[in-house]
Design a protein around this ligand. Structure first.
Ligand code: K7E
Ligand code: CUA
Length: 663
């Protein structure tokens, strides 16, 4: 810390701690050039000046935490430094990205997209190039972040993706069989399964039709346990399984741990099974789905389900390439139960030790805490109030409710700190409520009490604290991920960015620190220590990013060449500051061209681009990597390419020719 700051910092803190800390700085000014004078000059309150000092990360210094957050409509993941809230990186997943050449000629992304959307199994449907990415989940080892992988869901498509945190690239996109959409995506404690549940029920996967009049009979939800093979870094559908669920709208979910290990919990709404039909004289879904006072939390004994699948039982069917447990089997084998929950619930969160589920109905100003031990006990003792229309037993609410805290209007999601608190986002109140958890986090007499509330600005959705989804929440910061920004930043047109707000939760009262706009509505996020992510700085020479190993397509310097076999042209190219070798590729119209580009650089950040005119192809080749681009030269002409990264003094000279002779 520079000496001038050291000298004035205690002074500033002193007057920042006065009782009325929101008042403008007192006119009794500090010396010209002092921090006090600076704060006054910028009309900062002592609290604001303090927050600025607490969140400023000087040039060249690193942020303590990284927030891995959903980029919502962007179809990407964003990495944001905390406390600075600086955007560090975008990781494209479901949508094209010019900077990284993602999905724009790069063979790997194109292959992933084809595999991971409704096409190609359904040739009448196009390859999907948009996503609405809601739920990223950092990989876990023994219930804590290990910094190795990120798993992500995609609401419109019912698919999941795996990102490797060694190179921050998407490695796999898997279309979940037999479903159209999903929403939630969470892990078990050792990343054995990434679990998604459907949002909108359907009679099956893409291409399966049944009329809405057969909704109850033919439409189903599903929960899918995507088996993760950690050594390979890939999901294995052939070792995964799915459980059919009633055609309710399954929403957010969480995997048990500690006393609830082996169990899985999912919120649901529209247990009325309303299907809309406003032009057909029926209630719109909004009305039809709000009739019941209580909706139904799904309680799933997934360990027992896994054992049933492993036993090779004929009751488990294979459908769409995955093992499926039909709804009636789930009922008869004791795999599925319900617990009543306040209507139209959204968030479902588990305390760090696995003792309590926190659920909130959006229309009930309370959060409800359920004891997981009591739920399991009630199931074992058959303490049921009735069955749902599919014969699934519903546990008695009184037997399992541990706490009921009035927090405010529109409660959504809950996160945790390391001091025995829960924090719930209040969509309608535009606030965050802090409350005390039950034992063992607090004494019984101190449990389930509202302890603090802070206003945020416009509709909050998710919120997050470092390590909240793990056994060991770290506390300190809370980020509110808000939907609307309204007047918080300079006007940028009718469509505003969304807005993140950083809150200090280390003291007795929550304090607003800063805010930052972000592109694409953020949903969930996880926050991890920066030092826990073991990012590679360069690839070992010739690395194929798909396998993270030296690949067969790599070319050594001196071995550059063009091979021709009939209409197949195969270019083995090396790029290094500041040229491509070869820099002329001659082909005939109609030839199929494959270019394997190896970046021979070993310097950090020495990435080169390959932007080819006329073919919708751009690639970004990181130091050490080999990337493949592939296309058919259908049009004769002269198509230069150039390097899209300003990589050197002779970057402008880094270019080449694709010459397509007419046939
Ligand atoms: Cu609340 Cu999709 Cu997690 Cu958005 S979801 S807020
Ligand atoms: Cu390579 Cu510019």
């Amino acid at each position: 810390m520079p000496r001038t700051v050291l000298a004035t910092f205690p002074l500033l803190l002193l007057f920042a701690c006065r009782a009325d800390s929101t008042a403008p700085v007192a006119p009794a000014a500090g010396a010209p050039g002092s921090l006090e004078a600076l704060a006054q000059g910028r009309e900062l309150t002592p609290d604001e000046a303090r927050a600025a000092l607490e969140t400023f990360v000087p040039p060249g210094k690193y942020d303590e935490f990284v927030m891995v957050t959903s980029g919502g409509h962007s179809g990407s993941i964003y990495l944001i430094g905390i406390p600075s809230m600086r955007l560090l990186k975008e990781i494209p997943v479901y949508a094209p990205n010019s900077w990284q050449g993602w999905g724009q000629g790069d063979e790997e992304a194109s292959r992933l997209w084809k595999e991971g959307t409704f096409a190609p199994g359904n040739p009448n449907l196009p390859t999907q190039t948009w996503g609405d990415l809601h739920h990223p989940q950092l990989s876990l080892t023994d219930g804590d972040y290990d910094g190795e992988f990120v798993f992500v869901s995609d609401k419109p498509t019912g698919r999941v993706a795996v990102i490797d945190l060694r190179d921050f690239k998407t490695k796999q996109i898997v279309k979940t069989p037999n479903v159209i959409s999903d929403h939630s995506g969470v892990l078990t404690d050792d990343s054995e399964y990434f679990i998604t549940s459907t949002f909108q029920p359907a009679p099956g996967g893409p291409g399966v039709y049944a009329p809405l009049s057969e909704y109850q009979e033919k439409y189903r939800g599903a929960v899918t346990f995507h088996k993760f093979d950690r050594a390979a870094g890939r999901i294995r559908l052939d070792q995964s399984f799915q459980i059919e669920l009633p055609p309710y709208t399954q929403d957010l979910s969480v995997a048990g741990r500690g006393p609830s290990d082996g169990w899985f919990f999912i919120n649901s709404l529209n247990t009325e099974m309303a299907t809309g039909g406003d032009l057909e004289g029926k209630d719109p879904i909004e009305i039809g789905a709000s009739q019941n006072e209580m909706d139904l939390m799904h309680v799933i004994n997934w360990k027992r389900a896994e054992a049933l699948v492993a036993s090779g039982s004929p009751k488990v069917i294979t459908k769409g390439g995955i093992k499926v447990i039909p709804l009636s089997v789930a009922r008869d084998e004791g795999l599925l139960y319900f617990v009543p929950e306040s209507k139209s619930p959204h968030g479902l969160d588990l305390t760090p030790g696995g003792e309590y589920l926190i659920a909130s109905g959006k229309l009930d100003p309370h959060v409800t805490a359920y004891s997981t031990v009591a739920i399991i006990k009630a199931i074992n003792e058959k303490n049921f109030e009735k069955n749902d229309p599919f014969g699934i037993p519903i546990v008695k609410l009184d037997a399992v409710r541990a706490g009921y805290v009035e927090v405010g209007l529109g409660p959504l999601h809950t996160v945790f700190d390391n001091k025995g608190h829960g924090y719930t986002s209040l969509f309608l109140d535009s606030a965050v409520a802090q409350f005390t958890l039950g034992p063992p986090y607090n004494k019984p007499e101190d449990a389930w009490k509202l302890t603090d509330k802070i206003s945020i600005h416009y509709n909050i959705g998710h919120l997050q604290t470092p390590g909240s989804n793990t056994k060991h929440p770290r506390g300190r910061y809370l980020v509110a991920l808000n939907k609307w920004m309204v007047d918080r930043h300079t006007g940028t047109g009718p469509l505003h960015p969304q807005n993140l707000q950083l809150i200090d939760i280390s003291g007795p009262k929550m304090r607003m620190l800063s805010e930052s706009p972000i592109i694409g509505e953020p949903h969930n996020s996880h926050i991890i220590e920066s030092t826990k992510i073991a990012a590679w700085r360069v690839y070992p020479p010739g690395t194929d990013p798909a396998s993270m190993k030296p690949g067969p397509n790599a070319t050594k310097q001196g071995d550059e060449r063009i091979e021709r076999k009939g209409k197949e042209v195969h270019v083995h190219m090396v790029v290094i500051r500041s040229h491509y070798k070869p820099d002329i590729i001659r082909v005939k119209q109609g030839d199929h061209v494959t270019i394997d580009i190896t970046n021979a650089e070993s310097a950090e950040d020495a990435t080169h681009g390959f932007g080819l005119h006329g073919h919708n192809i751009t690639a970004s080749i990181d130091p050490g990597a080999t990337q493949r681009v592939e296309f058919t030269a259908s049009q004769s002409g002269v198509f230069p390419w150039y390097c899209t990264e300003f990589c050197s003094a002779l970057h402008m000279e880094m270019q080449g020719w694709l010459l397509v002779e007419p046939k």
